[in-house]
Write a protein that binds this ligand. Structure first.
Ligand SMILES: Nc1ncnc2c1ncn2[C@@H]1O[C@H](COP(=O)(O)OP(=O)(O)O)[C@@H](O)[C@H]1O
Ligand SMILES: [Mg+2]
Length: 379
């Protein structure tokens, strides 16, 4: 009996929406189809603007949610078209897991709040997506974990464990999206807990600097960074951010690692060459990730990199140099292309929700307990 789910992910890089159709009836799971839609420069700019307080943002956020749902629906339509060519009718797809677009992530408990809870906000319009696709849609995966006192992130470690753990050795999985997050997986069958947390910036700051100085949305292959030189004093200033030394559980977002944060740090280095700053921003991501592995993933034999940052060859080179005692690979070498991993995780989370099974790991998020994540918008 096949077990088909769609997962849709659009992360903090704001590059676009990635979708996969996954068959969970086989082990390892099989990605049957994948599709993606890049966001237009205008939509990207609007989503970025919605990350900070601005005029009439409730109205604009609602419209952005509608626009996102329309983009998600086009990705679903492409997946369905591919599936039909393989003889898989749309009615056999059990649900769509749609992450939404994070615009605020402040899970910390705030004093003065009567419930003591923070919040995390993903723009989305799952009702519209259910209308446009005619499918069950599961959305809003993070807020239940935050309500239970957790970080609401990362949610992918349980999926990473199923997809990437090995019987013979511990493995760490590094997702390089706009923000970077690490999963530390004990050997399959071990009773040790899976760990997971956000390391800090992934691509977000590098992308912003690259766009500003070259007009290109990202530094392809890291070639531009590679052409520059490290500015040690700037790296030290960037690494001075207290988040890096904060103990786990922890998660972050553009709320902290914003363009304003970057501008403040870079300001004294105004006269430096742009490529040297790009090199230093790349090294910041490398240091944040390598330090995370050193602190929590020392028992890992391998570091599997996924997310679009896996295409940054210079970054991978630097990561391997910083972590000479383990083998750096990409998820592609383990059967899951880098841009499909997170989307597949949200297909899995939708499946967990339909089965009323928890999707979160309290050891990762710090929540009071495991919770069934997401809300169902029936077809
Ligand atoms: N060829 C490439 N070289 C370097 N970086 C790349 C390349 N392709 C994609 N990326 C990076 O990956 C990002 C998208 O990764 P993704 O995993 O979708 O992140 P998110 O989950 O935050 O959306 C892009 O914004 C870019 O920074
Ligand atoms: Mg993306």
């Amino acid at each position: 009996m096949h077990d088909y789910f769609i997962g849709l992910m659009s992360g903090t890089s704001l590059d676009g929406a990635d979708g996969v159709l996954v068959d969970f009836s086989v082990n390892p799971l099989q990605v049957v189809a994948h599709a993606s839609e890049p966001f237009t420069a205008g939509f990207r700019a609007e989503l970025l603007a919605l990350n900070t307080p601005s005029h009439n943002e409730l109205h604009r956020a609602a419209l952005a949610g509608n626009q996102l749902a329309a983009a998600y629906a086009r990705v679903v339509a492409s997946l369905v078209q591919q599936a039909e060519k393989l003889g898989i009718g749309a009615s056999r797809i059990q649900a769509v897991g749609a992450h939404g677009q994070t615009v605020r992530h402040q899970p910390r408990r705030t004093s003065g709040d009567p419930w003591g809870a923070g919040y995390t906000l993903q723009l989305n319009q799952p009702a519209l997506l259910a209308e446009l696709t005619g499918m069950n849609v599961v959305a809003d995966f993070r807020s239940r974990d935050v309500a239970a006192g957790g970080q609401g992130a990362p949610l992918v470690p349980a999926f990473h464990q199923g997809a990437f753990s090995r019987p013979d050795a511990g493995v760490a999985v590094l997702n390089l999206g706009g923000i970077s997050n690490l999963s530390v997986l004990p050997p399959t069958g071990s009773l040790a807990a899976v760990l997971g947390f956000d390391c800090g910036p992934g691509n977000a700051l590098m992308d912003a600097w690259c766009l500003q100085h070259t007009g290109r949305p990202f530094d392809a292959g890291g070639a531009w960074a590679k052409s520059g030189r490290l500015i040690p004093a700037l790296l030290a200033r960037l690494l001075d951010e207290p988040y890096f030394a904060q103990p786990i559980p922890k998660s972050t977002g553009r709320d902290l690692f914003s363009l304003a944060w970057l501008a403040g740090k870079i300001q004294p280095f105004d006269g430096e060459r742009a490529e040297d700053i790009q090199n230093t921003l790349t090294e910041l991501t490398v240091c944040a990730c390598a330090e995370s592995v050193n602190s929590y993933g020392k028992g890992s034999a391998e570091l599997i990199v996924c997310g679009g940052g896996a295409f940054n060859l210079y970054l991978l080179e630097r990561l391997q140099a910083a972590l000479p005692w383990l083998h750096v690979s990409t998820s592609e070498q383990h059967g899951l292309p880098p841009l499909q991993v997170e989307a597949a995780a949200f297909a899995w989370l939708a499946r967990q929700m339909l089965r009323r099974q928890p999707g979160s790991l309290p050891a990762v998020t710090g929540a009071a307990g495991p919770r069934v994540l997401g809300a169902l918008y029936p077809a």
